[in-house]
Design a protein around this ligand. Structure first.
Ligand SMILES: [Zn+2]
Length: 423
């Protein structure tokens, strides 16, 4: 039986590399059809290129040269301009020959003993192929073929000794892993200020097609050690109908943070973000990139989210102001302060709700207020019109199932050997 299963798995996984079926894992495939296959037929099965059996076909590989067209390639392989023209007309919207890019590989499929290719195959990516049947005669013209993607589970532990990228490199890991982690931990880990003593463990997938490495797939679970904090992240499908998933910590809390709606506790909006605001003292339209919150001098101003103080300084227009970088996407700015709160200077980490300064009238202003400015990817936007990250933790009805789900993942993470650089 074991022998049989072994052969079965080998057979399926051999087909697995070549057939266009998507994401069928050998385990999930029903063994039923196998019974109708004879063993000898299986052993004799010839290698294939996509679905073309190399018993019957010869494959010629080449790359698209600069300036080379689909018609040009076909003309060089025995097809007349009128044949090509008809083919392109028949293909209509199925395949746009202009999608061919110089440097990309293509394949010509010849029936053995024939000098005229039967199919043209364009490779979009190692997993993605477009097949054009050149001699279809009204039959199948075109096919999109996806090679199945194979995933391999990885479990890694990476203490930060030098820099994240260097430490990844030392372990032979993809820098894309850092990129993915920085998205998951955008609100909780300051990737610009990692330091020795920080580090992470992660359970994730590497993706392959045949033997080509495609990159890092899903990160299923991770734990980050950052400034003495231990921050778990587990990917969890919280909406099974719409297939929505997100990362939550070991208690089911979201890893995202929401911005406070206002940098002051009490106060009113006296002027909104308005690109066409008329300003009396200038006598013309001057865009207002901020939202003004009027409040008495001395009212505490709070950071609207966790982050790092980038600027705590003075300009003639802004007066005393603070700029905080929250993650690689968002920054906020607070203008016209009377003074900064104690300890607020560039490089200091602040928490959401922490007081960073006090309402004043410094800079160009006609009354006491804080002008709150919101930066997204280096541009000032209206925070009240932005679709900001939603921060939802799991509710009590989901929590029990979630905790069961993460239990083995957390155990696996915790048992991963991790050599802290301070140890
Ligand atoms: Zn303003």
């Amino acid at each position: 039986m074991r022998e049989f299963l072994g052969r079965y798995v080998r057979l399926v996984s051999a087909g697995f590399l070549f057939f266009s079926a998507c994401h069928h894992s050998p385990e999930k495939t029903s063994p039923q059809p196998l019974i109708s296959h004879s063993e000898t037929a299986v052993v004799k099965e010839a290698p294939r290129f996509l679905h073309f059996s190399l018993d019957r076909y010869r494959v010629e590989e080449d790359t698209v040269r600069p300036g080379q067209t689909f018609g040009g390639i076909l003309a060089a392989h025995g097809y007349s301009p009128s044949q090509t023209y008809r083919l392109i007309a028949d293909l209509d919207s199925l395949f746009d020959p202009r999608m061919l890019k110089a440097g990309k590989p293509y394949y010509l499929i010849y029936p053995k003993g024939d000098t005229l290719p039967e199919a043209f195959v364009y490779r979009l990516s190692p997993a993605d192929y477009r097949v054009i049947y050149l001699k279809s005669g009204g039959n199948k013209l075109y096919e999109e073929v996806a090679k199945p993607i194979r995933t391999e589970d990885r479990a890694v532990a990476v203490p930060i000794r030098h820099s994240l990228f260097q430490d990844l490199q030392t372990q032979g890991l993809s820098p894309k892993l850092a990129l993915k982690l920085s998205e998951i931990y955008a609100w909780t880990v300051d990737f610009f200020h990692l330091r020795p003593g920080d580090g992470f463990k992660a359970l994730y997938e590497d993706r392959y097609v045949d033997s080509t490495y495609l990159g890092v797939g899903d990160i299923r679970a991770a734990v980050f050690y950052h400034y003495g904090d231990t921050i778990y992240a587990f990917k969890y499908e919280y909406d099974t109908i719409r297939h929505l998933s997100d990362y939550f910590d070991e208690r089911g809390r979201t890893l995202r943070k929401q911005f406070l709606k206002s940098p002051i506790k009490f106060g009113r909006i006296s002027s909104r973000y308005n690109l066409r605001r008329y300003v009396k003292i200038y006598g013309r339209v001057k865009p207002h990139y901020g939202t003004d919150f009027a409040a008495p001098v001395g009212t505490p101003i709070m950071a609207t989210a966790d982050g790092v103080v980038e600027v705590a300084g003075y300009t003639r227009g802004n007066g005393n102001y603070v700029k905080i970088r929250h993650n690689s996407t968002y920054s906020t700015q607070y203008l016209h302060m009377r003074n900064f709160a104690k300890g607020i200077r560039p490089g200091v980490r602040v928490k959401q709700g922490q007081v960073i300064g006090y309402v004043g009238m410094t800079g160009y202003t006609t009354g006491p207020h804080v002008c709150y400015r919101f930066w997204k990817n280096g541009k000032q936007v209206d925070p009240f019109k932005e679709k900001l990250p939603e921060a939802k933790s799991l509710d009590s009805t989901q929590l029990e199932r979630y905790l069961q789900f993460i239990k083995p993942l957390k155990q696996q993470l915790d048992s991963l050997a991790y050599e802290s650089p301070s140890a």
